[in-house]
Design a protein around this ligand. Structure first.
Ligand SMILES: *[C@@H]1O[C@H](CO)[C@@H](O)[C@H](O)[C@H]1NC(C)=O
Ligand SMILES: *[C@@H]1O[C@H](CO)[C@@H](O)[C@H](O)[C@H]1NC(C)=O
Ligand SMILES: *[C@@H]1O[C@H](CO)[C@@H](O)[C@H](O)[C@H]1NC(C)=O
Ligand SMILES: *[C@@H]1O[C@H](CO)[C@@H](O)[C@H](O)[C@H]1NC(C)=O
Ligand SMILES: *[C@@H]1O[C@H](CO)[C@@H](O)[C@H](O)[C@H]1NC(C)=O
Ligand SMILES: *[C@@H]1O[C@H](CO)[C@@H](O)[C@H](O)[C@H]1NC(C)=O
Ligand SMILES: *[C@@H]1O[C@H](CO)[C@@H](O)[C@H](O)[C@H]1NC(C)=O
Length: 406
């Protein structure tokens, strides 16, 4: 197990050292000064397909000299292919007869082929459930005994066209098992909400991950499904595919407590090679209530990445269509919650979010409130010594506010 990012409570004992504060303050300056890049984002469902819904979502994000293509789909287990190109004119070509055939290789391509700088993918293969007890053997099975997992390849999904919201650039895949003998999903759904962004920002809902126009957010929510035990923990099995992945590439970043992410000090990152390449990024926190708050925050543990042979996993036609038969992939498990504390059992609700993107992963800057507190604590001379540029920036802002009042 990698260290688990148990959301910590309280403020006193975890107060960061002054050195950490200083280095964080210095490291935040460049990201504040960066200009924001925007992209022209368009969403299309089942491009060029006249038949019944196939739930293929193409997100095309065009910048001044690059285009990002995100292809999400629920043919097979939910999956996404991310392709970055160095031209604003690249396009996705879907050969539907190939894609829907038993040999989908070549069914998806981004053209022109030589504009492709980078391609990677994630597949969400199984929903895991564990019987947690505080008496179980913590060493051998930290989450408890596994129940038989739900294979997401044998889920049935809604018609996503109805959920496409051009205003928020979002689409939701809602699914439940095709065969559900125990009726666990009689009132339950597993939802994958995908959202693209045309500029950088931060959602109102925790964990408030900082996004840029180069990223796309996924929120996974399990709602209303009956757990098989009174203290079930849930998890997701995730498969990472792509060049540059060496199955050792989970990085942890630490930050100080901030109003954007109270009591969560860590950011986990899966990197496809050294930046700027692809990344997935998340805070090791999930929520057991729709209005995510500190009281409903669950820890999120990640298992070590394990090299896996692709044929042992549920086949994803989307991955095969783009990559052909990829032989080496990495698999990892995310598990949400612990036997004590808040859990899915409270409200039969669980949500977790991640960002997927290319380039350097967004780095959290300190919020204005925290900067204000630090300014008060360090005093203006200290601040000037440390981050002259920052002070100038703040002064400039004040100055322009005065101007606008006059
Ligand atoms: C893309 O454009 C940005 C700014 O518009 C520039 O800094 C960068 O070098 C360009 N990249 C390429 C590959 O031309
Ligand atoms: C799709 O692929 C098949 C097999 O390679 C080919 O025969 C067909 O022409 C392709 N269709 C389109 C629209 O390109
Ligand atoms: C397990 O946890 C429950 C509630 O969290 C507690 O009441 C019980 O004593 C614990 N049992 C053991 C064996 O630690
Ligand atoms: C899927 O949803 C779209 C938009 O709501 C609708 O136009 C279409 O008829 C639906 N298709 C099916 C097969 O229900
Ligand atoms: C599903 O919801 C209905 C109405 O809310 C309720 O009567 C039924 O018992 C629920 N079924 C399960 C399996 O929870
Ligand atoms: C769940 O809790 C109820 C009442 O608290 C108990 O009767 C039942 O046996 C428990 N079920 C399991 C699987 O532990
Ligand atoms: C994920 O959990 C499942 C169920 O416990 C297990 O079969 C599988 O080996 C785990 N995968 C990894 C990479 O740990």
């Amino acid at each position: 197990m990698y260290g688990c990012g148990e959301p910590r409570r309280g403020w006193g004992p975890q107060a960061p050292s002054p050195m950490l504060l200083l280095s964080l303050l210095l490291s935040t300056v460049p990201s504040i000064l960066l200009g924001e890049e925007t992209r022209q984002v368009s969403l299309e469902v089942d491009p060029g397909w006249p038949g019944p819904p196939q739930n293929l979502l193409h997100i095309r994000a065009v910048g001044s000299n690059s285009t990002l293509h995100y292809v999400w789909g629920s043919l097979g287990p939910p999956a996404v292919v991310l392709v970055a190109t160095n031209t604003p004119h690249s396009v996705l070509r879907v050969n539907w007869s190939l894609l829907l055939s038993p040999e989908p290789g070549g069914g998806l391509a981004v053209l022109p082929k030589d504009s492709v700088q980078f391609a990677s993918a994630l597949v969400f293969t199984r929903l895991l459930e564990f019987h947690s007890t505080n008496t179980s053997d913590e060493e051998a099975e930290p989450q408890g005994k596994p129940y038989p997992p739900y294979s997401l390849a044998s889920f049935s999904w809604n018609n996503i066209s109805g959920s496409l919201d051009p205003a928020t650039l979002s689409v939701t895949f809602r699914g439940h098992p095709v065969h559900d003998p125990t009726k666990a999903f009689a009132n339950g759904t597993l939802a994958f909400k995908v959202q693209a962004f045309s500029r950088s920002g931060r959602p109102a809902q925790p964990p408030r991950l900082l996004h840029t126009a180069d990223t796309c957010q996924l929120e996974v929510a399990l709602v209303g499904a009956s757990p098989r035990g009174n203290h079930s923990l849930f998890g997701l099995e995730v498969v990472a595919v792509g060049q540059g992945l060496d199955c050792h590439s989970i990085q942890k970043q630490y930050s100080i407590d901030d109003e954007y992410s109270p009591a969560v000090f860590q950011l986990d990152q899966l990197l496809w090679g050294s930046p700027p390449s692809g990344f997935a990024q998340w805070r090791p926190v999930a929520f057991s209530q729709k209005q995510g708050s500190r009281d409903s925050a669950l820890s999120c543990q990640i298992s070590p990445l394990r090299p896996t042979v692709a044929y042992s996993l549920p086949q994803s036609p989307i991955i095969q269509a783009f990559f052909g038969s990829q032989s080496n992939v990495c698999t990892f498990n995310l598990t949400f919650g612990a036997s004590a504390g808040p859990g899915y059992w409270d409200q039969h609700y669980l949500s977790w979010s991640m960002l997927l993107g290319v380039g350097s992963p967004p780095l959290d800057a300190l919020s204005p409130l925290v900067l204000g507190i630090m300014a008060a604590a360090l005093g203006a001379p200290g601040l000037m010594l440390l981050g002259g540029g920052l002070v100038l920036l703040l002064r400039h802002r004040q100055y322009s506010e005065y101007q606008s009042i006059n």
